[in-house]
Design a binder for this molecule. Structure first.
Ligand SMILES: Cc1ncc(COP(=O)(O)O)c(C=O)c1O
Length: 485
């Protein structure tokens, strides 16, 4: 099932297909005169949706955002110049720099535990040596909507070091609750002087195949230069159907986009919940914008590369993380612009494929209560601790394997049990490191490493450093979480 290229599995709105149909009925498809009001339609949309009042004279129509980006790199930087991008990033950004013989400065985004953030110290150092930055706003693939303070800091650095910014804002219409996109060049005349904004109706209205986009350039000199280039290369024409689709989108598309964004937001929330419940080891980077979600599979030690697993085992086509940057081999980007029923099917395929290597047992509390004693439930499902020297196994020396009391997974061997003197069964190691999950536990004013059963999430105990243990580690486990077999 394809969940990759960034377009949607939704039909366009009737206002677009009707406009195209009407145009097809005028059966001459010769050279087209671009209607004079198309820039007004774009400007109307920008003001309505982005609170950005753009002079129609600052808009240049183009036939594809990446085409325009590449031209701007050629026109406004020199060969071997340094150009900054913020990685992981949409792969064609790398090409726009390298294939034009410029040099990449990678301002790697940092994950702060819940979202990716900009390393501004590094960015400032890089700005000193760069002539250009290509900003992705909102960001593909990490889904950030840069807030005003972040954009202002970027703007201040661009002004201070005279760095031109190509701001790719193609995803600016697909923004979820609690976030608000701000166009970089709307922040003031001084920054607008340095910025070329690139945008399009393509992502929003699912018309990427019509190749329609535009640039906003307030700097007259840069606008003239781009315009002259487009004229010289006979790139000022526009496809007849792109014209009518763009006008229809920006004149009549508001309600359609509102319901699209609502639908996508509930798909996004569905994904987050689905992973939390069924594949909690996948770190889901919740997007504030775009219909693309960045997934971190690093906790899985699969016997094959992630992409191979996704394609051959889960039968899913996601974008491989490594295409977005070095070091992201265990990440993937999933496109969730598809009907919920299909999305659910895809996630179930992924869950089933992961289950083959990492089986999971999921039950609700009522179900657990039916098979556990009160004490076992309190300890395994409520993070309880039995009193030292009180449990069934603290002093046991019998041979056998210790299984999870909840799901029967084999966890520890009697060969690895040692007398720690703590009053809890203690082990130097687990039978299989994959069968135990470790989580940071800051409860009771302590910082400890909690150990959980990787199959059913039962709380087992904690992992401590211990010089008495042959491995230097002690798995300190509650007897009530175990069954010796
Ligand atoms: C950030 C970004 N820029 C540009 C594009 C492509 O734009 P176009 O098809 O107009 O060249 C995409 C498509 O996925 C994108 O995500």
């Amino acid at each position: 099932m394809p969940l990759w290229v960034a377009d949607m599995d939704f039909e366009v709105g009737d206002f677009i297909s009707d406009a195209i149909l009407k145009r097809t009925q005028n059966k001459t498809y010769g050279y087209e005169i671009i209607p004079s009001d198309i820039n007004e339609n774009i400007s109307f949309w920008l003001e309505k949706r982005q609170d950005y009042k753009v002079d129609t004279g600052h808009i240049l129509l183009t036939s594809g955002l990446l085409t325009t980006m590449n031209i701007c790199v050629e026109l406004f930087s020199k060969p071997h110049d340094n150009i900054i991008i913020q990685t992981p990033i949409y792969p064609p950004f790398y090409d726009a720099i390298q294939k034009n013989h410029r040099h990449i400065l990678e301002n790697k985004l940092r994950f702060d535990g819940s979202k990716y953030v900009i390393n501004f110290e590094e960015l400032e150092e890089q700005m000193k040596d760069a002539s250009m930055m290509i900003l992705c706003s909102p960001h593909n693939p990490v889904g950030r909507v840069w807030i005003k303070e972040e954009l202002e800091r970027i703007a201040a650095l661009s002004i201070k070091y005279n760095v031109i910014i190509i701001s790719d804002e193609v995803h600016f219409d697909i923004v979820y609750s609690n976030s608000k996109h701000i166009c970089l060049s709307s922040l003031g005349a001084e920054i607008a002087h340095n910025v070329i904004t690139l945008a399009a109706p393509s992502k929003t209205f699912n018309i990427a195949g019509l190749c329609t986009s535009f640039a906003i350039i307030q700097n007259d000199r840069m606008k003239r230069k781009l315009e002259n280039y487009l004229k010289k290369h006979h790139m000022r024409d526009m496809n007849a159907f792109a014209i009518v689709a763009t006008q229809a989108a920006y004149k009549d598309g508001e309600q359609w986009v509102d319901s699209l964004v609502d639908y996508l937001e509930s798909n996004r929330d569905f994904i987050v919940e689905f992973f939390k419940k069924n594949m909690p080891k996948v770190k889901v980077i919740i997007p504030e914008a775009t219909y693309l979600i960045w997934l971190d599979f690093r906790k899985y030690k699969l016997p094959m590369p992630l992409q191979e697993f996704l394609v051959n085992e889960a039968k899913l086509g996601l974008n491989s993380g490594e295409s977005f940057g070095k070091g992201y081999e265990k990440y993937a980007r999933l496109n969730f612009a598809l009907p919920l029923s299909q999305l659910e099917k895809a996630l179930n395929q992924l869950k089933d494929a992961l289950n083959k290597y990492y089986p999971r047992v999921i039950k609700n509390n009522e179900e657990w209560k039916k098979i556990l004693s009160e004490e076992q439930f309190k300890i395994t499902r409520r993070q309880g601790t039995e009193r030292a020297f009180s449990g069934l196994y603290w002093d046991t020396k019998e041979d056998g394997n210790y299984h999870c009391i909840c799901c029967d997974s084999k966890l520890f061997s009697s060969n690895d049990k040692f007398d720690s003197g703590t009053g809890w069964p203690s082990y130097t190691k687990a039978i299989d490191i994959k069968s135990i999950d470790i989580k940071l536990d800051k409860s009771h004013n302590m910082t400890r490493q909690e150990t959980l059963c990787a199959v059913c999430d039962a709380h087992l105990g904690h992992l401590f450093a211990d010089t008495k243990s042959s491995t230097g580690q002690r798995y300190c486990i509650n007897s009530a979480a175990l069954k010796l077999k």
